[in-house]
Design a protein around this ligand. Structure first.
Ligand code: NIG
Ligand code: FE
Length: 452
């Protein structure tokens, strides 16, 4: 649906200081061929509201000190704001502009690659068969355990640059290829270093419960995670909070568990979640990727921030999700890359009012795809989502899934100026151009961080 903004003062799209003309604009993007933004005032967007985005032709965005102070029609904003010779102006008359894209689920840090498994799948082997034959997560564990923190940071940095070129401005990053305390903590340290050096917002997740390390019993490994690793994770987060001056709440990682057949049971997941909650750690879960073990029901029960994958989610669980604050993070790149015939039931979830987000699941095995515009195309083709719903899922809802929803994901006064500018003129052309990178320029906190 296309809405035109009314008077900016009435529509609330220009903030009060800007109207008074007292706040100088550092950056003005004007004119814009089409500005599209999802909007939410408290929490993620659900149901029909997911498609009800604000679409404005001949638009503009005014930015001051890294924040959006106005976003709406170019004529109205031109009258309401105050520019001077130091205002930078970006002419986007040929371009679509959206909020910066948010990748709410990545396994960004790993060494080595699993191109051999890609070839094995072409020959008909499944993910489960490949893992049973010594491939899978454990293969990446062997390569990653040998890497020091510097190497992990170096690898992560290159991948973040590639994501940025595809319009990603915030991402979640998991550990999970160390599978023993020292290597898992090295991975977490690498994530903190990337977080402190990167222009992008990076949200850490601790996922030692990604696979059972060879030679270790499952329950004994869960004991190690609970008794040894989680307290050390909190200590590391506390040290980083003190050295950076960032509040501990922004430094504590989420805890994630791969709850599926051959990985962790529902009981393991519950034990890890209980221990995490006692330490003040928030939760997310890999649920129903291959088999439904009940992890989505548990995720809702414990108030997890997200339940991800959901290929085998039940009707009852869709109802539970709809009534909860847990965001369903769908990963259509994974079902595509694994060549599965079924995909997550996105339409059912949207119909029932589940808050749906989309992410890459970027990892060395099941989905070596780091481009969110590509995921956007897959969401429209395979999940039957509308381009507007996918935008909502990739911005506002992705941001809520990683705890940043009140600060990023919307082109609205007061939000951080994270903006993706495309080489196409209207929204539908992004998924339509699947396979070609349409991103032209990326702005983070009001500063250009990528330009083609
Ligand atoms: O989300 N499901 C578990 N983790 C990844 C796969 C990771 C890997 O194969 O290395 C996933 O699909
Ligand atoms: Fe994953």
């Amino acid at each position: 649906m296309t809405r035109n903004s009314g008077n900016p003062a009435q529509s609330g799209q220009v903030d009060a200081t800007a109207r008074g003309g007292r706040m100088p604009v550092d950056l003005l993007i004007s004119p814009i061929a089409e500005l599209v933004t999802a909007e939410s005032h408290n929490g993620p967007v659900r149901g029909e509201d997911m498609r009800d985005v604000r679409r404005i032709k001949n638009a503009a965005i005014a930015i001051s000190s890294g924040q959006i102070i106005a976003a709406g029609s170019a004529d109205e904003i031109g009258q309401a704001i105050f520019t001077n010779e130091s205002t930078e102006i970006i002419d986007a008359r040929e371009n679509l502009v959206t909020a910066g894209l948010v990748d709410a689920h990545t396994h960004l840090i790993f060494d080595g690659n699993r191109a051999d498994e890609f070839v094995m799948r072409s020959q008909g082997k499944t993910y489960t068969e490949i893992a049973a034959a010594g491939g899978g997560i454990v293969k990446s564990m062997r390569a990653t355990q040998d890497a020091d923190v510097e190497r992990l940071v170096h690898l992560g940095r290159k991948r973040i640059e590639r994501m940025l070129e595809s319009g990603t401005t915030a991402l979640e990053v998991k550990t999970g290829y160390g599978l023993e305390a020292e290597s898992e903590l090295r991975m977490l340290e690498a994530i903190y270093r990337l977080k402190s050096e990167s222009a992008l917002d990076i949200v850490p997740t601790f996922m030692a419960a990604h696979a059972i390390p060879p030679g270790k019993g499952r329950e004994g490994y869960v004991d190690d995670i609970i008794g040894d690793m989680l307290p050390r994770v909190v200590a590391m987060a506390t040290a980083h909070s003190e050295s950076s001056g960032m509040p501990l709440s922004q430094m504590l990682p989420y805890v994630d568990v791969f709850c599926d057949r051959g990985y962790f049971t529902l009981e393991d997941t519950r034990r890890i979640f209980d221990a995490s909650l006692k330490l003040g750690l928030k939760l997310r879960v890999h649920s129903d990727e291959f088999v439904n073990l009940g992890a989505t029901t548990l995720a809702v029960e414990v108030g997890a921030a997200s339940a991800d994958h959901l290929l085998n989610v039940s009707e009852e669980e869709i109802g539970l999700l709809a009534k909860s604050s847990t965001v369903a993070v769908l990963l259509p790149g994974t079902s595509f890359y694994l060549n599965l015939s079924d995909h997550a039931p996105a339409r059912r979830m949207i119909e029932e009012g589940v808050a749906v987000a989309l992410a890459t699941d970027y990892n060395p095995g099941s989905c070596h795809i780091s481009s969110l515009p590509f995921i956007w195309g897959l969401a429209c083709l395979h999940l039957k989502m509308l381009p507007e719903e996918a935008l909502t899922a990739l911005t506002v809802n992705g941001a809520w899934a990683i705890g940043l929803g009140s600060n990023i994901g919307q082109l609205r006064p007061g939000f951080q100026a994270d903006i993706t500018i495309y080489d196409v003129k209207q929204l539908e052309e992004v998924p339509y151009n699947i396979g070609w990178n349409p991103v032209k320029q990326v702005i983070k906190k009001g500063r250009t961080v990528y330009s083609r």
